[in-house]
Write a protein that binds this ligand. Sequence first.
Ligand code: DC
Length: 242
Amino acid sequence: MEAGDLRGVVALDGPSGTGKSTVARRLASRLGASYLDTGAMYRAVTLATLRAGVAPDDEAAVLPIAEAVDLRMGTDPERPTVHLGDEDIAAEIRGRAVTLAVSAVSAIPGVRELLKAGQREIIARECARAGGIVVEGRDIGTVVAPDAALKVFLTASSDARAQRRARQDAAEGRVSTVDDTRQDVDRRDRLDSSRAAAPLRAAEDAVRLDTTDLDLPAVLDRLLAIVDERGLRGVAAERAGW
Ligand code: DC
């Protein structure tokens, strides 16, 4: 990828089902930027934990697993990838077993410290290479990239989030009902928001956007307008005289 239009980091946080992943990927594509899904990193460590037969809340046993994983994140927004060593784990980390266990693993402070360091490394590398990166997660604006040029916190009603999540599950071939999904979404939000280490919350200087009644193009238009208002399009845009 050549240097794109975005200058710096866009942090996109919020609970699941707000459209965060789709918005983050499309925004990165439109800006020629890199893309990082930090939730996938917590999911990958969770998968390794389950495979090792370790309880996801067993801090002392999970930490060495997190330290040992060979986690490789692909940052192309058109084709983001997640590998453990050479193994493509993109589908498996979205399954029910990982989804049920990931909040416990991501509540472990040592795991968060490790992944934060890895995330910062990827962000620095991609900013140097591509000019900018869109990073999605729960604590990007508050902890991982507190100096991000733009912080966005997406929200949506619990119903809208459950429906989107169930549609996404169906599209990707996973069996779920809206009721099950609502329970999952609510349970994870409760756990993610109440944990002591880097809980899910909006940074004070984040732009809050409620996506309940907005479709994807409307959310993207709004975010691209903010990127432009803040002058975050870089050299490529300036060269083209935009
Ligand atoms: O976005 P997701 O549903 O794939 O995230 C999976 C879990 O990982 C989520 O329940 C909370 C956790 N997570 C986190 O604690 N911090 C992040 N930056 C990203 C995800």
